[in-house]
Structures are given as C-alpha cells and as structure tokens.
Design a protein around this ligand. Structure first.
Ligand code: AOF
Ligand code: ZN
Length: 377
C-alpha cells in the first residue's frame, strides 16, 4: 500500500521536526542522567512556537520547558517529543497533563518510555483526553540516545561499553616493559581520542583495573570540554588496594575516585580516603580474590550511575565479556601492527561468545571504530 502524496509530505514534515527534537535532546547529554535525554519541539502552522530539553537539575521535563516558551501559542500545536511523555508524578508532575491543559492537538513521540511506570501509559492517557498521539518517528535514533537509561531503569544496572584502541592485529599496548611507565603510547590517532572524550562525556562512570593504573598512570577524566552535571566517576577495581598514593588518579581525586577492594580496612585505605579517594569493600568473585564485577555494577547502579565506560586491560576485558556484563563494544582499530608479544585485547585463553547486533563502522581520521550491541537494553 502506497501512501498518498499528502501523507508522504506530512511524514517528511514529522521526520524533519523530530530531527530537531533529537538535536535538542543532545543538549541533555551530560545534564539529564540519571534521567533520560529528551527533546521537545512545539510546531504550529509550520513554525516552531516552543523548544525544550531536559536537564536533571532544572527539574522540568522537555515538554514543560517547551510549553512555557510557547505560552498561548501551544493551543492547537503539534508536540514532537523524543520520548513518550510521562504520566506519573516523580520529582515533577506528569507531562501528559501539562500537554492536555495547554490544549496541544497532536503529540508525536519517537519512542516509548522504557520506564515501567510510564511505558505506553503516557500515550494512552493522551488519547483518552482526545489528543492524536503517535509513536515511532525516528525510533531507532531516539532509542540509541537513551540505551543507557533503558538498561538502568529496567534492571537497576548500568549500561556497560567496552572501549579499546586496538591495532590491526588485535593488540592494545606494546609488549610489557617496553614503554616508559606513566607515558601512554597511543595506538589510535587524534580524531579517535577526541571521540573517546565525547564518549567519556556521555558516560556517568569510567572503570579500569589496577594493572592499567600501575602501567599507564592515567587521569581518566572527561576532557571533552562539554558541560556535565556530575563529575565523571573514576572507578578502579583494586582488590588488594595497591593504588599508589602518588598516582595521577589519587593526586587529582576530589571525591570522584572510587576504589573497589576485597581486603578489610587498613591504614592504606585511611591514607587514600584522607586524599579524597572513596574506598568500598565488596565480596570477591567466585573464582578467587578478585572483586566481583556483578557486585560492583550493582553498587554503581545503586549510586544512579546509568552508564559505565570500561577502559581496561586484557584481564578485565575478558572477565567482563565472559561474565556477560558488556552491553556494547566500541573498538577503535588503528592501522598498525604491534606483533605477537604485545598486550592482547583479551587475556583469557578461551574466547567469550558474542552475538553482536546493530554493527556500525565509522572512520575517525585513519582509524575505524566498530560499534556493536551485545544485547538489547
Ligand atoms: C518526559 N519528559 O523530559 C523526561 C521524562 O522524577 P521525574 O519527575 O524527573 O521523572 C523521571 C522519569 O520521567 C524518568 O524515569 C522517565 O521515565 C521520565 N523522563 N519524561 O515526559 C522528559 N526526562
Ligand atoms: Zn514528563
């Protein structure tokens, strides 16, 4: 069945305004978490009468920001929203009621709200009130903006991205002992590293293992230059609390460094805490003395961390994949070979089984980034 020329035009119109709403939602990145990134455009007679995006600190949802801007002009308008309007009372009142009150005639949502408190009920409420409510315009794009929120709100666990810079022969660093300590030898180029900063900006937490700290002495900060509400939480798995007091991480800690260990409280823990480092003891993994990854991720979820960027070494990469804690792979392939004694992406002998979906490849300078989802959020 072919759409009539009329409906095809309005479909293009809908997509055009939804693109604008998605752009607005991008302004939420770094500011909305643990809430979703949401953008809203109010359109009347082919012109924008109100725009808004959500920022957690501002409380107001995207729709309410746009409605306030539109004032009386909202009457009879169409609202384009990247997420189904909420119908519950959380920190703010329901957006459905605000839209009804304002006399909006039609609501177009890109995707449903994965929050079980809302999911489908928001659009149903609008329809009950006589508003034309549709869903699915640019759904894929909208879902990708909120895959972390979806995983977090459904499971209480953060969405985990395993990121690595990899040589064409699958190595993440030169052979151990050949690079000067504390000086990272970059495998990937400048453009890739700028993109990694944007990925850090979009993440709530960054996580690595003690070996990476001892080898590279990284800062693990968000240097994207983009605004964020909460500092990037820098997480280190360090069972025996070996984190050096003179590491860059400790020297720059301002309550934004969190160490997970398995040993009881020691003088070392007190010394780290005195320097602004948070230390938490968790149970060890079933196979031994290492920190239980599951427990760590549960704890991060409890702290309202919706997304974690894993920038780790061979061992932690292998464990995270084998224990099925990874939601998404982000591998930046650089056109170099490092040879067979260089550090491999995965440390385990047995290869973890993965079934990636929605694979995309993008060029960053001379590097290629392969993104793939290992499960639906
Ligand atoms: C919307 N528009 O802009 C956002 C929505 O505690 P609250 O009141 O801030 O509600 C948070 C929930 O509301 C969140 O879990 C999600 O389901 C929805 N977010 N909804 O209509 C928005 N940010
Ligand atoms: Zn709302």
């Amino acid at each position: 069945q072919h759409p009539s020329p009329q409906s095809r035009t309005s479909l293009q119109e809908d997509e055009r305004w939804m693109v604008r709403a998605l752009q607005l939602a991008l302004s939420s990145v770094g500011l909305a978490s643990p809430n979703p990134a949401v953008g809203c455009v109010l359109v009347k007679d082919g012109t924008v009468v109100g725009e808004g995006f959500h920022a957690y600190d501002r409380l107001d949802h995207a729709e309410v920001v746009a409605l306030r801007q539109a004032g009386e002009k909202a009457r009879g308008a169409t609202a384009y929203v990247t997420l189904e309007p909420c119908c519950h009372t959380g920190r703010t009142g329901p957006c459905t009621e605000a839209l009804i009150q304002a006399g909006v005639a039609r609501v177009v949502a890109a995707t449903g709200d994965p929050n079980p408190q809302v999911s489908g009920k928001g659009l149903a409420r609008l329809r009950d009130a006589g508003i034309t409510a549709e869903e699915g315009v640019l759904r894929r794009e909208a879902q990708e903006q909120n895959d972390a929120f979806a995983r977090y709100i459904r499971t209480g666990m953060p969405f985990v991205t395993l990121k690595a810079g990899v040589s064409f022969d699958g190595r993440i660093a030169p052979p151990p002992g050949t690079a000067p300590i504390g000086r990272t030898t970059f495998i990937t180029g400048e453009e890739s590293r700028a993109e990694v900063q944007r990925m850090r900006h979009a993440a709530d937490a960054i996580m690595t293992g003690i070996h990476t700290i001892l080898n590279d002495d990284p800062l693990l900060t968000d240097r994207s230059g983009l605004a964020r509400r909460r500092p990037l939480l820098r997480v280190v798995l360090d069972s025996a609390l070996r984190l050096p007091l003179d590491s860059q991480l400790v020297r720059t800690a301002k309550d934004d460094v969190l160490i997970f260990c398995t040993i009881p409280v020691t003088d070392r823990q007190r010394a780290l805490e005195a320097m602004g480092v948070r230390v938490e003891r968790v149970e060890s993994s079933p196979e031994g003395s290492r920190v239980s990854l599951r427990r760590v991720l549960e704890r991060l979820g409890e702290m309202q961390m919706t997304s974690v960027l894993l920038e780790a070494g061979s061992q932690l990469n292998s464990s995270a994949l084998t224990e099925e804690h990874v939601d998404r792979l982000a591998l930046f392939y650089a056109p170099v070979f490092l040879g067979s004694v260089a550090v491999p992406l995965l440390g385990a002998v047995d290869a973890p089984q993965i079934h990636p979906d929605r694979i995309t490849v993008d060029a960053f300078g001379r590097d290629l980034r392969v993104l793939g989802y290992l499960r639906d959020p």
